[in-house]
Design a protein around this ligand. Structure first.
Ligand code: ATP
Ligand code: MG
Length: 390
């Protein structure tokens, strides 16, 4: 008996002609990510990817954590591989799952036979294995509707596999199959979640962060790096671009009417982000905005912000409540870092009465009082690049 991992493909199986591209990308990602856990054979067959350890000992608990963060996987499970022989399958079920079964009260057995040459049909396999389990663990009873554990037997090309319940994967589609986009990342709760959501749809990420020292500290930048490291566990490596924003903010503050400060600042963020995004061959921008959450995220404010960008701006959180966003932030483990109390450049110089219904012509009038092009050029000349590894 040897332990392996079986990985079930997610939405990829619905892809038509592109399916092979998606699968190849997923297999390459899996190979790269599990390399740190040992040597494996990775085989992709019959909508299942098999991870077969080649060395002596591997730490499956750690492998589970890694695999659980790879997009494109619907479910995964550790399993014991044995010969395609009923006695071997029965013995393996009792030996491999004994520890778990002894703690359960009810179970059922399900069988799948993709090797149609195997002499027994699926219900026959289930019945025989169920009987053997009951013999070994007489305290158990069968419950076909609501079992505490489902023992699954899969008779496949390479062998037979016995496993308990599988775990839900990260879902989505493999990163790198959906183009590249630049996420505008702050140290808050929302933008890391937005980044994660687009990575889940196959998008490769770069990240752009605006920092306003000395109003914002180095700590605040490090916080963003920490957040991106969490996102990178799902999204793969991320290039982080830090843009100095102090001069721009000070210039807006000095020259433009206070009420418009936030929207004008956000228009600068979009203009600069679009230029950087193009340099990195990104086709879209991503923000963590949610409609009506704050004054700069009303429909009218968003219209004014969008006006300066030609690229599509993806706002995956637009229709979500804060509670729903927090739930994801907790799940992807960014929440605790996001709530650390460091300042963001958006909280510097916030106007007392920001306009919730800004009008584009007013904004343009106010902006004409500053030299946008020069400010943008010098900010871009001073960007800092940090690689965030997966
Ligand atoms: P978050 O929790 O993501 O900070 P928020 O609710 O605080 O969002 P805002 O501060 O208005 O909202 O920012 C809206 C969006 O603008 C953010 O989700 C992010 O995409 C972008 N953004 C805000 N601050 C920065 C920054 N310093 N650098 C880059 N992008 C930023
Ligand atoms: Mg913020």
């Amino acid at each position: 008996m040897r332990e392996v991992m079986l990985i079930k493909l997610g939405e990829i199986v619905l892809k038509g002609l592109n399916r092979k591209n998606f699968e190849d990308k997923l297999v390459r990602t899996i190979k790269r990510r599990i390399a740190e856990h040992g040597e494996f054979r990775v085989i992709n067959q019959q909508s299942t990817i098999y991870l077969i350890p080649q060395g002596e000992t591997v730490d499956f608990a750690r492998i589970e954590k890694t695999v659980g963060k790879i997009f494109g996987i619907s479910r995964y499970a550790r399993a014991a591989q044995c010969d395609k022989d009923l006695a071997a399958i029965k013995g393996t079920a009792v030996e491999y799952l004994g520890g778990v079964l002894s703690k359960m009260r009810t179970f059922k057995v399900e069988s799948k036979r993709s090797d149609k040459k195997f002499s027994l049909k699926s219900p026959e396999i289930s019945a025989a294995v169920g009987e053997r389990i009951l013999e070994a663990f007489p305290h158990l009873s069968v419950d076909v509707h609501n079992p505490e554990i489902t023992v699954t037997v899969e008779v496949r090309d390479f062998g037979a596999y016995v496993r308990g319940d599988s775990l839900p994967g990260a879902g989505g589609i493999p990163v790198g199959t959906g183009g590249r986009a630049a996420v505008l990342i702050s140290g808050g709760i929302d933008s890391p979640v937005a980044a994660w959501m687009l990575a889940k749809r196959g998008v490769e990420l770069i990240a752009i962060h605006f920092a306003s020292p000395p109003y914002t500290s180095l700590r605040a930048e490090q916080k963003v790096e920490l957040l991106l490291r969490k996102v990178a566990e799902f999204a793969g490596k991320i290039t982080m671009i830090t843009v100095p924003f102090t001069e721009i903010q000070e210039d807006i503050k000095k020259n433009c009417a206070e009420d418009f400060f936030t929207v004008i600042m956000r228009r600068f963020m979009m203009r600069i982000s679009e230029i950087i995004a193009k340099r990195y061959r990104c086709k879209a921008l991503i923000t963590g905005e949610s409609l009506g959450q704050v004054a700069s995220q009303t429909m009218d404010a968003i219209i004014c912000t969008n006006d300066v960008a030609k690229m599509p701006i993806f706002r995956p959180l637009i229709g979500m409540d804060k509670d729903e966003i927090v739930e994801i932030a907790r799940k992807i483990e960014t929440f605790e870092t996001s709530i650390l109390p460091y300042e963001d450049c958006c909280t510097v110089f916030t106007p007392k009465h920001p306009r919730t219904k800004p009008v584009l012509s007013d904004i343009q009038r106010e902006e004409s009082k500053i030299n946008c092009e020069n400010l943008i050029r010098s900010a871009i000349e001073a960007i800092k690049i940090t690689e965030i590894l997966e």
